[in-house]
Design a protein around this ligand. Sequence first.
Ligand code: AMP
Ligand code: TRP
Length: 333
Amino acid sequence: MDKNKLVFSGVQPTGNLHLGNYLGALKNFVTLQKQTKCIYCVVDLHAITVFQDPNELKNNILETTAGFLATGLDSKKSIIFNQSSVSGHAELAWIFNCIARVGWLNRMTQFKDKAGKDKEKASVGLYIYPNLMAADILLYKATHVPVGADQKQHLELCRDIAQKFNTDFKKNIFPIPEPLIQKNISRVMSLRDGTKKMSKSDESGYSRIDLKDSADDIIKKIKKAKSDSSFIPDNLKDLEKKPEALNLISIYSDLLEISLEQVINEVKGKDYSYLKNKLSEVLIEIICPIGKEIKNLLEDKNYLEKVLKEGTEKARILAVDNLKEVRNVVGFI
Ligand code: AMP
Ligand code: TRP
């Protein structure tokens, strides 16, 4: 256990967790839990940057918590809580709103994607969302942040904020956190369009594998997944020209924890239905037990609320201490 390393990450409670969340983030959360102290947060303040139905939000907070536990996070080892229950996140985010520069936020590609054509109608919260994400991490002085590749730019902004704060106040208060991004499959793509990431917000359920999908759902979705009419190439270079096929092979390799080259060796020259059958089998073996456990856990909402409450108490202790130091450095009485 590395005493100097503190891991923090967050997941938005905005709908069903999917295979992208699992391979890009959750699986790594579980590995890190075995090595060091970790804090995993259900980021409900981030969720409301886009309107959420209050009842659905409540359910989604519990469902994301169930997803954390079902993939193997242990609330005795890691701190598991929801963001809005520790007020320090919002308080530090305000201070960071005064540290980050407008020009920095204007470069954020996720805002441009999410706000779409009519930026004037996006919430101000959506625009300053990366400052809140920096506050989440730095409120605990976390040193390492496991995320999917889509969060890399936000992490860079967090590093800039930490650096500017330390420089402005001439004190080494914040560590400069390191992103931990999976090498093999940092971005799981949509099953319908290999150039778009798999996402909770995609209208088509066929674009993603949800962790709660049944074996039948998985078989149907993988069968329908876009691939290619010719045979599977025998080298990575040719495969890279077919993003949907590369995505299926990358998912298969990551689930089995074997290299892309090994998978290509196994499936080269075969047609895609062979790969799809194999992939469905592995997905059913790994994802279905997680889905079942999520459903089991959701039967006992009191238990899930208790997990969050206990996590909140632990998080609050760390947050209060660090925030006291920050407030003093900024000059508040
Ligand atoms: P979100 O659901 O957007 O809060 O994402 C939670 C975590 O899952 C973040 O670390 C994301 O980077 C990661 N993630 C979400 N979608 C994908 C994807 N399609 N591929 C890889 N990682 C993802
Ligand atoms: N922005 C992240 C996402 O959309 C979620 C998030 C919020 C997060 N705060 C964080 C991730 C802090 C890592 C660390 O996926």
